[in-house]
Design a protein. Structure first.
Length: 101
């Protein structure tokens, strides 16, 4: 099993997903209890094209590779998920630009 992923981590895709090619960057903006296995955490990720989805621990292994970043702002690390509409609004308003641009 890979290292636990958490809010603020930057990942790249290992396979095509949500209209994104291999190598597309994403950033984790939320952790949630895995729906199928209590006490295990999944993560929610927004990608460069603005699409987002949740990934169980097993899906993280298949789809994602964690990237080491020299600097991630406190703004990204401390993102507080409220709802998916706000995540989309934040994307349109440039909140994630430091990761994707």
């Amino acid at each position: 099993m890979t290292e636990k992923m958490k809010v603020g981590d930057v990942v790249t895709l290992k396979c095509y997903c949500l209209g994104n090619p291999i190598g597309t960057k994403g950033v984790i903006f939320n952790e949630y209890e895995d729906f199928d296995v209590p006490n295990r955490m999944g993560v929610t990720i927004i990608f460069e094209n603005g699409n987002y989805d949740g990934f169980s621990i097993e899906e993280q292994e298949v789809f994602l590779e964690k990237k080491e970043m020299k600097y991630i702002s406190q703004k990204i690390i401390s993102y507080k998920f409220e709802n998916v509409m706000k995540v989309s609004d934040d994307y349109r308003n440039g909140y994630w630009d430091e990761i994707f641009k």
